[in-house]
Design a protein. Structure first.
Length: 373
């Protein structure tokens, strides 16, 4: 009788746990209630003992470390879009830490710039990491420096980290825009491997500007929709979400306008979860103008209502460090000497928020902040 009661309790907890999420974060993903997860672990163990079966503890998280890497391969992936593929191997010849679809690397370049790139290789390849980088000549300089790397050059890499996790079960629609395909392609490879019900909508300016299209053309074409702005026009929600699965998930990676369309249109579908990742900074929402004083020089810069403090500071301090521009990597953390920040990040702890802010997304609750810059 006791075992049956525990069985019913276990099922109830599992169902409740599956339905409990915290509010969606920057990437559209939720997280399990940690206390409930611990209770579930305890019940798992207790029920396993009663049932005389093996208790399988949850796997430990992947260790994140900084590695000295060497460029082992460099190749052009998409000439029209200036996308280059780079493969890195450890300088000491050892295997790389494991990763899963959706993971990215933090690459520290010789200049000190730190940038993040999605892994687009094969997780079963244990001795190398592969990424693809689109050249943005008028960007922050990171892509230009990445394109200048040659075979034999060394860089420092931290990771892998996963801010865009993929669950290889059920049904899924993948929506990719341009270079956003780098994050999506390992997911689809895995979906095909395990026999998931999946569809892909891949959009770009022209077919010549879309990386990995050669591989995409070898997949089941009844599951693939390729759209180009040149032929089909800019896609709307109906174009991107036509195959959103009933009760399934949507994974989206691409430019901000595409993500905005998907976020607005997802509620009209029967899909239950949306996961997304940006490759550029999100637009500022509900911003108020304020000023920032750079304490080390006394320079005061104005931050417009539709720009970030990072963008404003870079006008006078172009070398200020940053990476994700989305409030999750922590590279642009700055000490606040005066004023009250309006925190919009999902990285800092409560203690850190007392006297620090991430200037890529957070703003000021008043008219001025003084930063330790």
């Amino acid at each position: 009788m006791g075992q049956r009661r525990f069985g019913r309790a276990m099922e109830a907890v599992r169902e409740y746990r599956a339905s409990r999420t915290i509010p969606e974060d920057l990437h559209g993903r939720g997280g399990m209630d940690e206390m409930l997860a611990q209770i579930t672990d305890g019940l798992d163990k207790m029920f396993a003992i009663l049932d005389h079966s093996e208790y399988k503890a949850r796997a430990a998280p992947v260790q994140v470390r900084t590695l000295d890497m060497v460029v082992s391969e460099k190749m052009a992936i998409c000439v029209d879009e200036n996308v280059v593929g780079l493969t890195f191997r450890r300088a000491d010849g050892a295997d790389v830490p494991p990763w899963r679809a959706g993971s990215h690397l933090d690459v520290e370049l010789p200049s000190g710039r730190r940038r993040q790139y999605s892994l687009c290789g094969d997780p079963r390849e244990t001795d190398a990491y592969s990424i693809a980088v689109r050249l943005v000549p008028d960007g922050g300089g990171g892509s230009v420096e990445m394109h200048a790397l040659e075979v034999g050059d060394r860089v420092s890499i931290t990771g892998p980290r996963n801010a865009f996790p993929f669950v290889a079960s059920g049904s899924a629609l993948f929506v990719a825009g341009g270079i956003g395909m780098t994050a999506i392609i390992p997911m689809i490879r895995k979906a095909r491997e395990v026999g998931m019900d999946w569809h892909l909508v891949y959009s770009g300016r022209t077919t010549e500007s879309m990386p990995f299209l050669d591989e995409v053309s070898t997949w089941e074409q009844d599951r693939v929709t390729v759209r180009t702005d040149a032929v089909d026009g800019l896609p709307g929600a109906a174009d991107l979400l036509r195959d959103a699965p009933d009760g399934g998930s949507v994974y989206c990676c691409g430019p901000p306008p595409m993500i905005a369309v998907v976020r607005e249109g997802i509620t009209a579908t029967s899909a239950t979860r949306l996961h997304y990742e940006r490759f550029s900074a999100p637009p500022v929402v509900a911003g108020e103008s304020f000023s920032v004083e750079l304490a080390r020089t006394g320079t005061v810069v104005d931050v417009a209502s539709d720009e970030t403090a990072l963008d404003a500071v870079r006008r006078v301090r172009p070398g200020v460090p940053y990476s994700c521009r989305q409030g999750f990597c922590g590279t642009c953390k700055v000490r606040v000497l005066a004023g009250v920040p309006e925190h919009r990040d999902r990285r800092l702890s409560d203690d850190e928020r007392a006297d620090h802010m991430l200037i890529c997304v957070s703003r000021s609750a008043g008219e001025q902040l003084t930063l330790d810059l």
